[in-house]
Design a protein around this ligand. Structure first.
Ligand SMILES: NC(=O)c1ccc[n+]([C@@H]2O[C@H](COP(=O)([O-])OP(=O)(O)OC[C@H]3O[C@@H](n4cnc5c(N)ncnc54)[C@H](O)[C@@H]3O)[C@@H](O)[C@H]2O)c1
Length: 264
């Protein structure tokens, strides 16, 4: 009989979570560590990263923190080679980092071109640099790993701006372009590194509740088949599945965790 629960276990595995101190990254870190993986948070925010790691350690989980800035594109390859020396082999990589410019969230008509370009650099170009560096290190060391990028419903479908009615909120054009770009990149990488046994998937959450404007929450919930926004732990459960051997034949997929948003 196949032991299905064992497939979900990450005992003996090592994982790194870029942006592991964030809303979603923190829960993903907790899920991977609870499943048995030695887990490292890589985040630009040292105080929050250290706090998160020590809180999870206090709950008996094997979680550490190292400062890492994905927006410094030129340093990514060398930085990750150094990391690999100290922390290898790395079996699981989740990229939940979310750098953005101060004017992120401005209306489409108001966004300066240089701001658009900077966000593409920090989010899309960093996703390429991180995933290529990690995949090459896995390949070189014959690690059949799992690499998970975090996308969004807006990398898959166009925006429904009615959910912002009555609020000052919007969704940036760059967000859609970047997330669609990372979705394409993930499929490319799945195909390119598939022969090395390295799996690449993109996890695409819908809106996650984070005390947003009540009008937006109401509009968003009404538009969603499950009639509510998502929770970080619901994204983390899916990340655990994609990280584990339970998803051993799944690669190149855009895995929706969206309460049905993209189904209608
Ligand atoms: N929150 C949502 O509703 C939602 C919905 C769909 C998709 N997503 C996606 O989920 C991912 C995580 O989002 P979140 O809501 O947890 O965001 P968040 O801002 O709470 O967390 C992002 C983390 O990335 C870190 N970070 C920022 N710049 C960095 C850098 N240069 N280098 C390394 N780390 C850096 C931050 O310090 C933070 O800990 C993003 O890709 C986002 O687009 C979020």
């Amino acid at each position: 009989m196949i032991d299905y629960m064992k497939k979900f276990s990450l005992k003996g595995k090592t994982s790194v979570v870029f942006g592991g101190a964030g809303l979603i990254g923190r829960e993903i870190t907790s899920a991977l560590a609870q499943a048995g993986a030695k887990t490292l948070i890589l985040d630009v925010k040292s105080s929050r990263g250290k706090e998160t790691a020590s809180e999870l350690k206090g709950r008996g989980l094997d979680v550490g923190f190292t400062a890492f800035d994905v927006s410094k594109l030129k340093g990514i390859e060398a930085g990750l080679k150094r990391l690999w020396k100290d922390f290898s082999p790395i079996d699981i990589v989740v990229n939940s980092s979310y750098p953005r410019t101060a004017d992120w969230g401005a209306k489409c008509g108001d966004v300066p071109l240089q701001s658009w370009r900077k966000n593409v650099d920090m989010q899309l170009n960093s996703a390429f640099a991180v995933s290529r560096a990690m995949a090459e290190l896995m390949k070189e060391n014959r690690v059949k790993g799992s690499i998970i990028n975090i996308g969004s419903i807006y990398g898959i479908v166009g925006n429904d701006f009615t959910v912002y009615e009555g609020t000052k909120m919007t969704s940036p054009a760059a967000y859609s372009a970047i997330k669609a770009g990372i979705t394409g990149l993930t499929r490319y990488m799945a195909s390119y590194y598939g022969g090395d046994g390295i799996r690449f998937n993109i996890l695409c959450p819908g809106g996650i509740f984070d005390k947003q404007n009540p009008g937006f929450v109401k509009n968003y919930s009404k538009r969603t088949p499950l009639k509510r926004m998502g929770r970080p732990d619901e994204v983390a459960s899916a990340a655990l599945f994609l990280a584990s051997d339970a998803s051993s034949y799944i690669t190149g997929t855009a895995f929706m965790v969206d309460g049905g948003w993209t189904a209608v």
